[in-house]
Design a protein around this ligand. Sequence first.
Ligand code: ADP
Length: 248
Amino acid sequence: DTRHGPILYMEDVSVSFDGFKALNKLSLYIDAGELRCVIGPNGAGKTTMMDVITGKTRPDVGSVFFGQTIDLLKMDEPAIAQVGIGRKFQKPSVFDALTVFENLELALKADKRTWQTLFFRLSGEQRDRIGAVLETVGLSAFAKERAGILSHGQKQWLEIGMLLMQEPKVMLVDEPIAGMTHQEIERTAELLLSLQGERSLVVVEHDMEFVRSIAKKVTVLHEGTVLTEGTMDEVQNDPRVIQVYLGG
Ligand code: ADP
């Protein structure tokens, strides 16, 4: 519901590493339910932006709010995850020796990420939630298989499922299709599109065809700040974007 302002609000955020400005007055406003793609050449500040949102990196100046009132700069990483900001890293980190179902079970009990938690019995409601997530990520048929047998793409979807177990309101997704086959890429586009609405997604991705297939709105970062925002057609035809990518 956008009448109440963005769900994620970043304003004039700057981050320096040894005097080098990785972010330079970056402002980003993500509406509830939207799927935003963030692109930009290497070194543009995309990873640093995600690190600031999740509390991994503290900005020198600027504001970062979740909703209207929750000041993320006053919270540590676990607290930020707790309010509903989830992050999926590029490399899948599922537990190969556990079944797909058990991986989701662990994610559900992520406050105690140890083997012992598997001995606590799940409630019917928790089982249903895992079942629903299995369906969402298209892995119902693999519930009892060890995660180690999954393809690279299936592992990525399992990891998205593990993130969904935490019921995030904002999902930060880093290069979701790296290393995927063409078919897996198409399936991932469908999955991400199906996830918007109930939650917001911020997707960092290099593959422009993929970005075009999922994003209504694209933010282009360059030198730590927003170069331009708009539809894929708008940004791709922007001379400044062409300049930045072609290095002209
Ligand atoms: P992107 O993800 O868009 O490639 P990054 O956010 O990783 O960009 O990096 C932005 C800039 O900040 C780069 O020039 C990078 O070298 C620099 N940088 C990122 N993290 C650090 C760090 N921990 N120490 C020093 N420099 C860093």
